[in-house]
Design a protein around this ligand. Structure first.
Ligand code: DHB
Length: 389
């Protein structure tokens, strides 16, 4: 039997533990419908503001142009269709159709007042019969709004925002699950302080998604000798393979420091089933995919799920609970085992090459040779007039 990728985030069951990050390819119902049609376990809409907005001037995105791009950047300035759009019944109908997949709304208001207004609108929608909004992800980590620092880098402000929001009846009474999108941290005391704030609100905050982009990075166009991105002097959020290591550290630390009531969702640099496996080993209950989805499109969810399933099968795991949060301590035995497996793989590859070399030409090579002989024969026959028609 194939391993199961089932999981729960904020007590909500997901058929697979891989789904999209809020960001690229999540701004319209049509884009979201492509995610729900894939193996993604849930659908998360683009971060919304109270009113629709067009965002920062173009160019506002950049991709490293190596064959296997290691990094992307964006400074989009939250272009989105406004909260009303993302909670409309028609939008949700198209986004998840009859898949039954959990639909999450993401909000990133200009201030707490805007966030609370959006939450009021979401709650009103739920109360008047829209049962398919499974939860809300509050973005405390957007680095690209000119003049607005990242909220979750200011722990007093983060505490006061969460205090106001977590007291709202939609959370205290209706128990709608709240998730929080976090920025990356890089220093021990910062992890401690962020986790201490989140733990204060564990009655309401049911998951954290770590990490958002690494804020305020800079890509240079060396031909033009200028920033690759136009707004904010080129300063933008970094994503892609380059951020995976920061994301893993954040997932591991958050899992260690947060109370068990708060799930950790790993996000940042996930491109393969092995990346997802690493996130889960570090304690993630699920994995969101952003930049890979941007580059590859929604078929990435099918591929990553299949790769994760294959890896689990190879390791003899039947569910993600078998290895979730079970990253081992470094040990000499571990190094020896790893060396052994790598050497065996190398030998297998070497043997395969040797077998290929000694087994003579392949059937395809033989066919090509036969075809070549035939062509030469026809040409020669023509030249010497052997065949007369
Ligand atoms: C944008 C970037 C983010 O990292 C985010 O979380 C939300 C919005 C943006 O620039 O649009």
């Amino acid at each position: 039997m194939a391993p199961s990728l089932k999981t729960k985030v904020a007590s909500i069951p997901l058929e697979t533990c891989v789904y999209n990050a809020s960001g690229p390819r999540t701004g319209s119902a049509q884009a979201l419908s492509r995610i729900s049609a894939s193996k993604a376990g849930a659908v998360l809409a683009k971060s919304a503001t109270l009113a629709s907005q067009t965002g920062n001037p173009l160019p506002r995105t950049w991709h490293h142009d190596a064959e296997e791009s290691h990094a992307s950047m964006n400074s989009e300035g939250l272009p989105n269709l406004g909260i009303e759009y993302y909670i409309k019944t028609e939008t949700i109908d198209e986004a998840i159709s009859d898949t039954g997949k959990p639909y999450f709304v993401s909000i990133s208001g200009k201030n707490t007042d805007d966030n609370m207004k959006m939450l009021d609108m979401i709650y009103e929608k739920i109360k008047t019969g829209e049962a398919r909004i499974a939860g809300v992800e509050l973005n405390l980590a957007c680095p690209n709004i000119i003049g607005k620092p990242i909220i979750a880098y200011d722990f007093e402000q983060m505490d006061s925002v969460l205090k106001s929001i977590c007291a709202m009846p939609m959370f205290t009474e209706a128990k709608i699950p709240l998730g929080v999108k976090m920025p990356p941290y890089f220093d021990g005391p910062h992890y401690d302080r962020a986790a201490a704030v989140l733990n204060k609100y564990s009655d309401v905050v049911k998951y954290v998604a770590s990490i958002n982009t690494i804020g305020n990075c800079l890509a240079i166009d060396t031909v033009a000798e200028m920033p690759a991105i136009r707004s904010k002097g080129g300063f933008a959020g970094l994503s892609g393979r380059a951020v995976k290591y920061t994301a893993l550290a954040n997932v591991k630390k958050m899992r260690e420091l947060l109370v068990d009531d708060i799930d950790v969702v790993g996000v940042g640099g996930v491109y393969t089933g092995e990346d997802a496996f690493e996130m889960i080993l570090c304690g993630a209950s699920a994995v969101q995919v952003g930049t890979c989805h941007w580059n590859e499109g929604p078929k990435c969810f099918d591929r990553i799920c299949k790769e994760l399933e294959d890896l689990m099968a190879k390791k003899g795991y039947s569910s993600i609970e078998d290895f979730k949060g079970k990253l081992k301590e470094w040990s000499k035995e571990g190094v020896a085992k790893s060396r052994e497996v790598k050497a065996a793989k190398k030998k297998l590859a070497k043997d395969a090459t040797a077998t290929k070399a000694s087994s003579g030409p392949s059937a395809q090579d033989q066919m090509l040779t036969a075809l070549l002989i035939l062509v030469i024969a026809v040409l020669l026959a023509d030249k010497f007039d052997v065949i007369s028609i």
